[in-house]
Design a protein around this ligand. Structure first.
Ligand SMILES: *[C@@H]1O[C@H](CO)[C@@H](O)[C@H](O)[C@H]1NC(C)=O
Ligand SMILES: *[C@@H]1O[C@H](CO)[C@@H](O)[C@H](O)[C@H]1NC(C)=O
Ligand SMILES: *[C@@H]1O[C@H](CO)[C@@H](O)[C@H](O)[C@H]1NC(C)=O
Ligand SMILES: *[C@@H]1O[C@H](CO)[C@@H](O)[C@H](O)[C@H]1NC(C)=O
Ligand SMILES: *[C@@H]1O[C@H](CO)[C@@H](O)[C@H](O)[C@H]1NC(C)=O
Ligand SMILES: *[C@@H]1O[C@H](CO)[C@@H](O)[C@H](O)[C@H]1NC(C)=O
Ligand SMILES: *[C@@H]1O[C@H](CO)[C@@H](O)[C@H](O)[C@H]1NC(C)=O
Length: 359
């Protein structure tokens, strides 16, 4: 995001150890993957991001969301970046994406510059993973060594994206079940990754259901702070324009910090899926929200661990893959000989908890 903060979290040795534990690809992901083939890839991505963020302070959060929505649908394989074509039904128009995913032009700029420096080497899926980390750093959050070596899919799956991207009105139990289907089966994964709503914007359509007739009660969501409710009703009038934007973090909109969690303590979470992490009676998420609210270091550490776990979600074994030249389209059939088919089955290891072998 536009604001630059100096608070930079240094990855602990424990986190560094986890980097090598999670990959379920035939080829293990590793932060050193491009050290000899494209040593400047991170710097290139960072420079494009920094330039884009000057004009568009929400771009970092938008890119972060692209990585999340890529990984949750058949693993982190750049499938979300494919446009509609004769053979591709793009995930960009899936229920949880249509009219809300953005930043593809910036991904294109990153890819163009990376291709100019190291043609045919760096996957679009890896560019998203790097952009995601660099966006967090630019907003004042933690940095980490991003495991790399992902490959790009030859297909997209809109119906799976329709089913798999969690809507903003899921309950805690529904969110947990949803995350568990991609192997993110701990409460810590859910609460830490929800903390990505410390930056970025949401549209009225995502939370107006809380403001006037929540769950068909005829009144607002009782968990919303009364003052905050009045503010939100002014931003999003009943039957108003659902595309109007507001900040996910009402206190420090563009900074990556722990205020997302302190907002929840004062009942000022924007989405139902945010607020209920602390407002669901008896939920084991409450203790984590309070811990992260009190201790930003603890949040950053858990966030890094869970981002690495999310970034390690593998495509289904046997999925054909390639290094796309253009993130929006698969390479032409004439280069079919560069297509690699994963033949090995993912093996279990410390970081692969819940990564079912049929994924
Ligand atoms: C996506 O949104 C546009 C504009 O609102 C709409 O016309 C289109 O039908 C939507 N696509 C899908 C697949 O829902
Ligand atoms: C999408 O995924 C679903 C569930 O795995 C599968 O049944 C369907 O065949 C896939 N569709 C495409 C177009 O790959
Ligand atoms: C919505 O209403 C239903 C039926 O009254 C109830 O079972 C459910 O718990 C409510 N959901 C929320 C999030 O309050
Ligand atoms: C709705 O709000 C969006 C975002 O501010 C704006 O771009 C759009 O023009 C608005 N639409 C209407 C019909 O006012
Ligand atoms: C509502 O928000 C205000 C402003 O942040 C805060 O002072 C107050 O304590 C909140 N109320 C509740 C019930 O949390
Ligand atoms: C904050 O969290 C970090 C990381 O989990 C921990 O090492 C530290 O002791 C915590 N600080 C306090 C004051 O609890
Ligand atoms: C997560 O899944 C892994 C692998 O299936 C399992 O060993 C672990 O117990 C699960 N953790 C939780 C909290 O359910």
């Amino acid at each position: 995001m536009a604001s630059l903060f100096l608070n930079k979290f240094v990855v602990s040795s424990l986190v560094a150890m986890l980097l090598f534990a999670g990959a379920s690809y035939a080829q293990q992901l590793t932060p050193t993957f491009y050290d000899s083939t494209c040593p400047n890839v991170i710097g290139i991505v960072r420079t494009v991001l920094q330039n884009a963020a000057m004009a568009d302070p929400r771009i970092g959060a938008s890119l972060n969301r692209l990585h999340f929505h890529d990984c949750f649908v058949n693993g982190c394989d750049g499938s979300l970046l494919l446009d509609n074509s004769a053979t591709i039904l793009s995930e960009k128009q899936a229920l949880g994406n249509n009219n809300s995913v953005r930043g593809f032009d910036v991904v294109d700029q990153m890819k163009t510059q990376v291709e100019a420096a190291c043609p045919g080497v760096v996957s679009c899926a890896d560019i998203l993973a790097i952009a995601s980390e660099e966006s967090v750093v630019l907003a004042g959050g933690p940095s980490w060594a991003v495991p790399l070596g992902r490959r790009d899919s030859l297909t997209a799956n809109r119906s799976l994206a329709d089913d798999q991207l969690p809507p903003p009105f899921f309950t805690v139990d529904e969110l947990k079940a949803n995350f568990a289907t991609v192997g993110l089966n701990t409460t810590e994964d859910l609460v830490a990754l929800s903390g990505a709503h410390t930056f970025g914007r949401a549209r009225c359509v995502g939370f107006v259901g809380r403001l006037y007739n929540f769950n068909s009660t005829g009144g607002p969501d009782p968990t919303i702070n009364a003052t905050f409710l009045e503010t939100l009703r002014q931003i999003c009038p009943q039957n108003g324009n659902g595309s109007v934007l507001t900040n996910l973090d009402r206190t420090t909109a563009d900074a990556f910090d722990s205020n997302y969690f302190t907002n929840l303590q004062t009942r000022e979470g924007l989405l139902q899926t945010d607020q209920e992490l602390i407002s669901t009676p008896g939920s084991d998420t409450i203790e984590l929200v309070n811990r992260f609210a009190a201790n930003q270091t603890a949040f950053f550490q858990s966030f890094v661990n869970s981002m690495i776990r999310m970034g390690n979600i593998p495509p289904p074994p046997g999925s054909p893959s390639e290094i796309r030249r253009n993130c929006r389209v698969v390479n032409s059939a004439s280069v079919a000989d560069t297509i690699v088919t994963t033949t090995t089955t993912p093996t279990g290891s410390v970081g692969t908890d819940g990564f079912a072998s049929d994924m």
